[in-house]
Design a protein around this ligand. Structure first.
Ligand SMILES: *[C@@H]1O[C@H](CO)[C@@H](O)[C@H](O)[C@H]1NC(C)=O
Ligand SMILES: *[C@@H]1O[C@H](CO)[C@@H](O)[C@H](O)[C@H]1NC(C)=O
Ligand SMILES: *[C@@H]1O[C@H](CO)[C@@H](O)[C@H](O)[C@H]1NC(C)=O
Ligand SMILES: *[C@@H]1O[C@H](CO)[C@@H](O)[C@H](O)[C@H]1NC(C)=O
Ligand SMILES: *[C@@H]1O[C@H](CO)[C@@H](O)[C@H](O)[C@H]1NC(C)=O
Length: 230
């Protein structure tokens, strides 16, 4: 075996003696531009400009942002024909982000890894072309989530178990997908919106849901335990 040339020792020395990374935590501006870079068809976001501040008070200077008290509170990119990837790894670097909407666009492929943005209170992915089954732990740890809309996509498989654990959710739109299996028992709570219709769900309506909910939410193929509910 040939001895490694001196050069490699030199390289090794260099690598381990580099000064500590000087890159500070990226600013929200940098993070948003990184997020944008994985989107396609971003014409609607052409005023996202690093020399313009994001927020002043509750006012936003970049299209699609929601600002509160000088801070970025939400991202609302709706009806923009956006495609590409929803880079949740980038969004995880926005500690004040509480709501995210990418409704009515052209995103496709699997569900983005949203649990990385664990502090979200509202998430709207409706009316895109996301597809495939959602992993059981997709919503793990998102205990603050109150509104979740996945409607009008091509999601399939079972309703993920981690969703059942989200006790703060009071608006849940799962309609018009290809979910199958049973409606999980979500316990009792006062729903503001709940919709499972237009899926391939089956089986009885769980007792907790049958008590206080709007019947049209359950349209679909069900074995009704008690067709006179209300
Ligand atoms: C960003 O904003 C600065 C200052 O308003 C302006 O001069 C520049 O042209 C803008 N850049 C882009 C890409 O719009
Ligand atoms: C997007 O379009 C929908 C349906 O037309 C509308 O209800 C919603 O307010 C729009 N969103 C924005 C941010 O304009
Ligand atoms: C949505 O995706 C499916 C396959 O994943 C594809 O067949 C269909 O054409 C897509 N629909 C739109 C509107 O892009
Ligand atoms: C049930 O939902 C339908 C459709 O959204 C609505 O028109 C109706 O008022 C709801 N009924 C109740 C009792 O909430
Ligand atoms: C639930 O979704 C279906 C299908 O989109 C719709 O027809 C129905 O009105 C919705 N129900 C409620 C309560 O909004």
């Amino acid at each position: 075996m040939a001895k490694p040339p001196l050069f490699f020792f030199f390289l090794f020395f260099l690598l381990f003696n580099l000064p500590p990374s000087t890159s500070a935590v990226p600013t929200s501006t940098e993070t948003l531009l990184r997020f944008k870079s994985s989107l396609t068809n971003t014409l609607a976001l052409s005023n996202w400009n690093s020399s313009v501040p994001l927020c002043s008070g509750d006012r936003r200077f970049w299209t699609g942002l929601i600002c509160k008290n000088d801070q970025l509170y939400g991202i609302r990119l709706e009806n923009m024909s956006l495609g590409g990837t929803v880079d949740t790894a980038a969004l995880a670097g926005l500690p004040t982000l509480r709501t995210l909407s990418v409704m009515n666009n052209r995103f496709e492929g699997p569900m983005p890894d949203v649990k990385r943005i664990g502090a979200l209170r509202a998430l709207y992915l409706s009316n895109n072309n996301f597809s495939g089954s959602i992993s059981g732990d997709a919503f793990e740890g998102m205990g603050n989530l109150k509104r979740l809309y996945l409607s009008g996509n091509g999601f399939s498989g079972e309703i993920p178990g981690s969703l059942v654990e989200l006790k703060a959710v009071v608006e849940l739109g799962l309609e018009d997908n290809m979910f199958e299996g049973r409606i999980p028992d979500l316990g009792e709570r006062v729903w503001k919106y709940l919709n499972f219709s237009g899926n391939r769900l089956d089986g009885p309506i769980p007792y907790g849901l049958s008590k206080d909910s709007n019947f049209t939410s359950y349209l679909g193929k069900f074995t009704l335990l008690n067709p006179l509910l209300n």
